[in-house]
Design a protein around this ligand. Structure first.
Ligand SMILES: Cc1cc2nc3c(=O)[nH]c(=O)nc-3n(C[C@H](O)[C@H](O)[C@H](O)COP(=O)(O)OP(=O)(O)OC[C@H]3O[C@@H](n4cnc5c(N)ncnc54)[C@H](O)[C@@H]3O)c2cc1C
Length: 470
């Protein structure tokens, strides 16, 4: 009998847009068991090499089939510190699930669809969290004397801090914002990653002895050199890629044209969706336009739609993208959710110029139509603007979500820290050490915009190097 893929339950679109509650529910034990039993337990499991940190997926799914959830949790934790987070945000369809042999229809008796590895990971991670399971602490005499500074508290910084603290190293995390978590806090909205999960992981690190110092901008408040003078023997830099890219078109500095970073930070970090209970407003308009096709664009659009709904405005949010749905880098699930919630997509559209009213507030975006030609360096087909194809779209709030770059506060204050042409910090990929001895880096600042799991993978590698000689 065919075993059907088990879908995770979701809040109905009409209901979820009235707030910021989590959209996707986790599996129940019965659902997790049923999904785990679809796994073929391949002799050579391709899914493991599809995972950037090589989680032993075959093993943990086998443990789920035996209802050994604690065992499954510790199997995942060997390579991934934050399964509840990754089970929610990993782009599994491009990673482990893409490699799953069940994508081939000859195995249709197990359902012609990859195992929902991410939902199983989330189930196991949440089980671990509910039961307060934690990987063992293995202190040793040499590491217990060391003191390491971690700069940045995104997934890279948190992962590195956890790896080191578990071996008895004293770790202090320096974060420039007022709360820790990096993009997990200020970028990804609560309806995708509830804050309790992030708080749980940060609190656990605090219990391990990790000290968090917020509102400290390393490179301004304190220099790298001063950190060494304060007695830190090693420094890990997980600075992320927090500076937004802009279109460089006329009118981009008009009122109510935001970068996605500012918009999402206002909404997620500063709780603008609870204004006036919280003091940060967002001047949400009647017609919202989001430019871009990645996860950031989806998050910004879905937040904007919720804000319209909460403020009693008839939802009107459009995403414009210069390629087509096929080339969109956002996770497929986020695109599906955005469509279900009523967000409209306009493809093959290139922004040309924003126009304002007489008070300087944006009123419309003048655009050009495109067509796709041969592939460019990114491997995606290149959009080419069509002549005389101008048209306008009304908008009174525009959000630019076309990419992020390295923040140069620390690197420009530290010229010995070598950067590449993208201003990312250069590292020795074998050790993650930078051009400055005893300074390591990982995550988006050392590889360009990536994913949560990739950032954690790099941080873990750096932690291993630090542990060899703390
Ligand atoms: C809106 C959005 C949605 C995303 N969605 C997904 C998703 O669904 N799945 C996925 O896998 N990836 C997603 N990504 C990408 C992912 O979040 C990043 O790849 C990941 O967060 C990188 O981790 P990081 O630790 O390197 O950097 P960050 O998460 O950016 O954290 C860096 C931290 O360092 C701090 N910092 C920077 N400079 C200094 C300094 N000088 N001193 C002190 N602190 C400093 C910053 O304030 C920040 O808190 C998304 C990204 C965005 C922007």
């Amino acid at each position: 009998m065919e075993k059907k893929p088990v879908r995770a339950k979701e809040l109905a679109a009409g209901k979820r847009i009235s707030g910021f509650d989590e959209v996707v529910s986790g599996y129940s034990q019965e659902e997790a068991l049923a999904e785990s039993l679809r796994c073929l337990q391949c002799k050579n499991p391709a899914c493991i090499s599809g995972c950037p940190v090589n989680i032993n997926i075959k093993e943990f799914i086998f443990q789920v089939t035996k209802k050994d959830y604690a065992g499954a949790y510790f199997t995942i934790r060997k390579t991934n510190n934050f399964p509840s987070i990754c089970g929610r945000v990993c782009p599994a369809e491009y990673q482990c699930r893409k490699a799953c042999v069940l994508n081939k229809s000859k195995f249709a008796y197990c359902g012609p669809e990859a195992i929902n590895i991410h939902f199983l990971e989330r189930f196991v991670g949440d089980y671990g969290m509910r039961n307060n399971l934690q990987a063992p602490v293995e202190k040793d005499a040499q590491s217990s004397k060391a003191k390491v500074a971690v700069v940045g508290s995104g997934p890279a910084g948190l992962c590195c801090a956890g790896e080191l603290a578990r071996k008895g190293i004293a770790v202090v995390v320096f974060e420039s914002l007022q709360s820790c978590g990096g993009v997990l806090r200020y970028g990804i909205p609560n309806f995708r990653l509830p804050r309790e999960i992030l708080d749980y992981e940060i609190n656990y690190l605090a219990k391990l002895g990790v000290e968090f110092k917020t509102n400290v901008v390393v490179g301004k408040t304190v220099s790298l050199e001063e950190l060494f003078q304060q007695g830190f023997s090693r420094v890990f830099l997980g600075l992320g890629a927090g500076v937004p890219s802009f279109l460089g078109i006329k009118g981009e500095n008009l009122c109510n044209v935001y970068s996605a970073n500012e918009f999402l930070t206002r909404v997620n970090l500063m709780s603008a969706y609870k204004f006036p209970e919280y003091h940060t407003p967002v001047n949400i308009g009647q017609h919202v336009l989001v430019v871009g096709g990645g996860n950031t664009a989806m998050d910004a659009a879905r937040c904007a739609l919720r804000l319209q709904k909460i403020n009693g405005i008839k939802p009107d949010v459009k995403i414009i993208y210069r390629r087509t749905l096929t080339e969109m880098p956002a996770r497929r699930l986020e695109i599906k959710h955005a469509e279900e919630e009523g967000i409209k997509f306009r493809f093959l559209v290139q922004p040309k110029e924003f126009h304002a009213d007489n008070r300087g507030f944006v009123r419309e975006l003048n655009c050009l139509s495109c067509e796709l030609r041969e592939a460019d360096a990114s491997g995606r087909r290149k959009p080419v603007v069509l002549e005389d194809s101008d048209f306008s779209i009304p908008c009174d709030l525009a959000i630019i979500a076309i990419g992020l770059e390295a923040n140069q506060v620390l690197t420009s204050a530290t010229p010995e820290l070598k950067t590449d042409k993208y201003k990312d910090i250069m590292i020795n990929p074998a050790t993650m050490e930078t051009s400055i001895k005893h300074v390591f880096a990982g995550g988006d600042i050392a590889g360009g915009e990536g994913t949560v799991i990739e950032a954690m993978g790099m941080a873990k590698k750096a932690a291993i190097s630090i542990l060899q000689n703390p």
